[in-house]
Design a protein around this ligand. Structure first.
Ligand SMILES: [Zn+2]
Length: 216
């Protein structure tokens, strides 16, 4: 595909179904937990319907909402779409969002004493290049409008967030980028538990600064 060719709504719908199933099969989502969204070529947003499983999405049933959250077509959207839309309004380069209750990131989100500015002290270059820092949003009941406020406060400078005792919110410049970021983050969280009680060599301040200038 050349840079000029615009990806169609139909292609984006099938991307969402295919990658959601791939995440489901790898255990990143269970039951009806988690939700996904992406910006459509017409400026509306495609999102997973309320109560839907990543393992059984149907392209024609995905919900379409506008930036104000009005339901345009498809099945009823998840109530958590409110925080997706707030992130889009406040982060112009964000065109897709993945919200997961994946095992290792959720386990990490339940730990006491996390650094609220960055829950993962860097020990691999790809975490630094793809994510940078992972701020922690204090525990709030799912659907609480304060989650939106807390995310918006931090969104300009960050690509991903940990919701305490809940899961993760991960942004991307497009849907594939958001899913790649989610995979990097979940695997990094898994490594934290594998390395527990071992002497980890963390990246130095200079090593992190060098990586941040290089993108991903
Ligand atoms: Zn959730």
């Amino acid at each position: 595909m050349t840079a000029q060719q615009v990806i169609t709504e139909q292609q984006l719908r099938s991307q969402m179904v295919t990658l959601a199933l791939s995440m489901f099969e790898r255990g990143y989502a269970t039951g009806a937990a988690g939700n996904l969204s992406l910006k459509l070529p017409d400026g509306n947003y495609l999102t997973t319907p309320t109560g839907s499983s990543f393992g059984r999405l149907v392209a024609e049933e995905l919900s379409v909402v506008n930036i104000d959250g009005e339901h345009i077509s498809g099945n009823k959207p998840s109530k958590e779409v409110a925080f997706h839309l707030a992130l889009y309004r406040n982060k112009p380069d964000c065109n897709a969002i993945v919200h997961l209750h994946s095992t290792y990131l959720t386990a990490l989100s339940c730990l006491e004493g996390l650094d609220v500015n960055n829950a993962i002290k860097a020990f691999t270059p790809y975490f630094v290049m793809r994510i940078g820092e992972l701020p922690v949003i204090p525990y709030l009941r799912p659907g609480d409008p304060k989650i939106v406020e807390e995310l918006v406060k931090r969104v300009a400078n960050h690509r991903a967030f940990l919701l305490a005792n809940h899961g993760s919110v991960i942004t991307g410049t497009d849907f594939i980028d958001a899913v790649d970021n989610a995979e990097e983050l979940e695997e990094t969280a898994k490594l934290i538990f594998l390395l527990e009680n071992k002497a980890v060599r963390y990246l130095s301040h200079d090593e992190i600064t060098d990586l941040k200038g290089r993108g991903k």
